[in-house]
Write a protein that binds this ligand. Structure first.
Ligand code: ADP
Length: 493
């Protein structure tokens, strides 16, 4: 009990009793125990007092001349300000207390006069404690309700943003890649209905063209997120759309999931391709006539040149040849992508192709003081030998270009379960992680000055990828900055 008293030390008690002696006795007793007591002898004054400054508990005499205790209690319960104040009725010994009525009008307990100190205090404390707990519960309940409302509002906001986003968005499980939720934009782009896609996996729907997507997922697992990786998405009708895929890992009900946000750039790509191919076609004829004219001048068929003139012409020829190479590469790539160039596949020998590629690059390697080591495997391959050779020389040429004198390059091959793997490993400058995928895209170079300094066009790897994909293989690179890179080619045997 002592601890309860300390809890309710300042509890404010209103005592309403028309007998002043009773009141004096009660007040004295409660004040001694540390309560704050207001005592009134008139029912109406008590009611007004309770409304003006609601007490923590009311002790109410049943029998009063002007208005009896039951009526006072009814007034108290009818008023919002006083409704929740616990009321304990006091009845005199000999009066017959209508207990049922006492509870009916809202009383919580009753005491019979003359008072027994311990009993009054025990009952008071019990009801004050109940009241305090109730108030606490109510406050907690209100707070919970508010939190629920706030959470619901926030969820609604995000759900709306998810549904209405102009970007296709999908949520899938990480392990199985099973779709849990899809927005309208995703359905529009993919051509599927919600029922057709929910609970299906990426593999069930054959949604992504492998290669870029596989690499994107590897990057996601390595870095924990993915930003704007170019991938090819297959719609329900089989149409291929080029998209930038961004993924964040999230956890839903304890399950690791991916939040996939897509930016469809198919149309932008098409316009870009169209523009580049148009410009390239337009450039090719005048370029050829320029190089013809420069050749005539350079070989002095139109008159003798000074040494300075020779030098200028030779710079002009160099640059024009680079431009012609660029234009030819662009058109080559475009024709390959659109399937206008079919691969002339025949049975060829990997070892032979590798030795041929190394031989073609030997002069360049020697000039750059690079050692070229070939470790071929004797495996037969069903492929277009010229195109595979083009790929290997391109990779070797890059490896030489980006290595310092004195370094070594290895061209190796091996038979792995169901495919052939060819690798080109260098000890060159390496490639930053965020560029490992990007360099296979058209015109993408690690350093903007690479094309000027190293004479490349930024199309080589794009062409290599196109060739390898036409052979149903894949190509990728692993690299450590400052230590070197290894390009991998997997080809089905
Ligand atoms: P380029 O004609 O510029 O060589 P590529 O498509 O062949 O075009 O290569 C694209 C870019 O990738 C290069 O400009 C270079 O920045 C980077 N790269 C390619 N191969 C290597 C390599 N072996 N080491 C370091 N960087 C490389």
């Amino acid at each position: 009990m002592p601890e309860d008293i300390s809890n309710i030390f300042k509890a404010d008690i209103l005592a309403i009793d028309d007998t002043p002696e009773n009141l004096a006795l009660l007040s004295q007793m409660l004040k001694e125990k540390g309560y704050k007591v207001r005592s009134v002898t008139k029912a109406s004054t008590g009611l007004r007092g309770a409304q003006a400054a609601p007490p923590d508990l009311i002790l109410l005499d049943v029998k009063m001349p002007e208005m009896d205790g039951f009526e006072v209690c009814q007034h108290l319960k009818a008023d919002d300000r006083t409704r929740d104040i616990p009321v304990i009725f006091i009845s005199a010994l000999g009066d017959v207390l209508d207990k049922v009525k006492a509870f009916e009008v809202g009383g919580v307990d009753y005491i019979t006069k003359p008072f027994q100190v311990e009993e009054v205090l025990a009952r008071l404390q019990t009801h004050l404690t109940i009241q305090r707990l109730q108030t606490q519960l109510q406050a907690q309940n209100t707070q919970l309700q508010q939190e629920i409302a706030q959470r619901a509002a926030a969820e609604e906001k995000f759900a709306k943003a998810f549904r209405a986003s102009p970007h296709p968005i999908a949520i899938a499980t990480l392990a199985e890649e099973r779709f849990l939720d899809i927005n309208q934009s995703f359905l529009r782009m993919s051509g599927y209905t919600l029922e057709e896609i929910i609970n299906q996996t990426v593999a069930d729907l054959n949604l992504w063209v492998t290669g870029n997507y596989t690499q994107a997922m590897q990057l996601l697992l390595k870095n924990g997120s993915l930003h704007n990786q170019e991938c090819q998405l297959r719609t329900k009708t089989g149409e291929i759309r080029t998209v930038l895929l961004s993924i964040e890992l999230i956890e839903l009900a304890g399950v690791k999931c991916t939040l996939n946000i897509i930016n469809d750039i198919t149309e932008r790509k098409r316009l870009e391709d169209e523009f580049i191919s148009l410009v390239s076609h337009e450039l090719r004829t005048p370029m050829n006539s320029i190089i013809g004219a420069l050749d005539l001048l350079g070989t002095q068929q139109l008159g003798t040149l000074t040494a300075k003139g020779q030098q200028v012409i030779s710079i002009a020829i160099n640059n024009t040849e680079r431009l012609i190479r660029l234009v030819n590469d662009i058109l080559d790539l475009e024709r390959m992508k659109s399937g206008k160039i079919a691969m002339q596949k025949v049975k060829c020998n990997t070892a032979q192709l590798m030795l041929q590629a190394a031989e073609a690059m030997q002069q360049m390697a020697e000039t750059a003081q690079i050692t070229l080591i070939v470790e071929p495997t004797n495996i037969d391959l069903w492929a277009d030998p010229d195109r595979i050779l083009q790929t290997l020389t391109n990779l070797l040429s890059n490896a030489i270009k980006f290595s310092e004198p004195g370094k070594t390059i290895w061209l190796r091959s091996s038979l792995q379960s169901d495919h052939l793997q060819i690798t080109v490993q260098d000890q060159g400058r390496g490639i930053p992680t965020d560029k490992l995928q990007l360099i296979f895209e058209r015109f993408q170079q690690v350093d903007a000055s690479d094309s000027r300094k190293k004479g490349g066009t930024g199309l080589g790897l794009s062409i290599c990828r196109s060739i390898i994909e036409q052979h149903h293989g894949n190509i990728w690179v692993e690299s450590i900055l400052g230590q070197g890179s290894t390009f991998y080619i997997n080809l089905p045997c």
